[in-house]
Design a binder for this molecule. Structure first.
Ligand SMILES: C[S@@+](CC[C@H](N)C(=O)[O-])C[C@H]1O[C@@H](n2cnc3c(N)ncnc32)[C@H](O)[C@@H]1O
Length: 307
């Protein structure tokens, strides 16, 4: 449970981007690591820069647990961890010009062409970086895959950042993956990108909670027909997967998936009877980021239930 004091839940926040000085209880330069693995680099850097606030993104809960242990053991107080796709988090959680440093060490390279859209450092990531970095702020990518470093350098340059590298790195971040690849005799590469002009990027997440009122009766057979409903559009999709009913009372839960570009969320919608009819809203146990696709899911259920 060491990770508990470090873990943040940005999807539950009412205001995005958040006021980070309220999250950290102090105002300080912001630094970010995406894909921190077991957290050794993050813990060390946070201790080396106690005057910065550090935010780490990971998609693996196991990594959050391991990093939490390191942070607790080191008595580190200036780090927060989010179980979240760092590409989404970087764009949605930081205002333009607010981040001093961003680090990515040994991202999963996804070498097969058919998996290319899973690569972290792509054009959209570079655009987000070019927005959130402060002027003079820097991004550092370290990888064993030269082709990945070259591709990343192209994207970063394309977004208007001043790029140096890839160049071989003799003294790297000292992570598990660096040890692993050096033991195999591989060269480690670094790309640096510095922000040299202002930039911005469109954001899609909002703090407010969508809901819809429907002047209709609670009819289980009508609700059951929502299972399997799918809607897709350019850049997004909603799928309503299953419908569950409470043992007592007139309440239903709908398991839903919502996709915005490459950001997928799974959550539950609740449909409940009220004196005026039905209310459709997000279930409090699985609150997603309120993106266009999530808002569409609420509206879609309401439309389908309308008499
Ligand atoms: C190859 S490991 C490298 C771990 C660590 N940085 C190191 O050097 O040892 C890549 C890490 O990135 C995480 N990851 C992959 N995609 C991610 C994303 N979109 N956002 C945040 N973390 C991600 C994985 O869970 C994994 O822990």
């Amino acid at each position: 449970m060491d990770f508990v004091p470090y873990l943040i839940h940005p999807a539950r926040w009412e205001e995005l981007p958040p006021r980070w000085e309220e999250v950290f209880l102090r105002r300080a330069p912001l630094a970010v690591e995406i894909g921190f693995g077991n957290g050794e680099f993050l813990a060390e850097m946070a201790q080396r820069h106690p005057d910065w606030n550090w935010v780490g993104f990971e998609t693996s809960l196991t990594c959050i647990v391991k990093a939490g242990r390191k942070l607790r053991l080191g008595g580190v107080g200036n780090v927060r961890l989010a179980l979240l796709d760092g590409k989404f988090g970087l764009r949605e959680l930081f205002p333009d010009g607010s981040v001093t440093r961003v680090f990515v060490n040994f991202p999963c390279p996804w070498p097969k062409a058919r998996h290319a859209e899973r690569r972290l450092v792509d054009g959209a990531f570079a655009q987000a970086l070019a927005a959130v970095l402060e002027e003079g702020g820097e991004f550092q990518l370290v990888t064993d895959a030269l082709w990945y470093a070259e591709e990343a350098a192209q994207h970063l340059g394309g977004a208007g950042l001043a790029v140096a590298g890839p160049s071989p790195l003799s003294d790297g971040p000292g992570t598990r993956y660096e040890r692993k690849w050096r033991a195999r005799g591989l060269t480690i590469w670094r790309v640096l990108a510095r922000k040299v002009r202002p930039g911005t990027v469109p954001r899609i997440a909002e703090g407010g909670m969508p809901h819809a009122k429907v002047p209709a009766e609670f009819r289980p057979e009508r609700l059951q027909q929502l299972a399997g409903v799918k809607e897709t559009w350019e850049g997004g999709a909603v799928v309503l997967k299953e419908v569950f009913f409470a043992a007592q009372g007139e309440t239903a839960l709908i398991r839903a998936f919502a996709t915005d570009q490459d950001f997928l969320q799974q959550f539950f919608l609740i449909v409940a009877k009220t004196p005026e009819g039905l209310i459709v809203q997000l279930d409090g146990a699985t609150v997603p980021f309120r993106t266009p696709a999530v808002k569409r899911a609420v509206a879609l259920v309401a439309e389908r239930l309308r008499p």
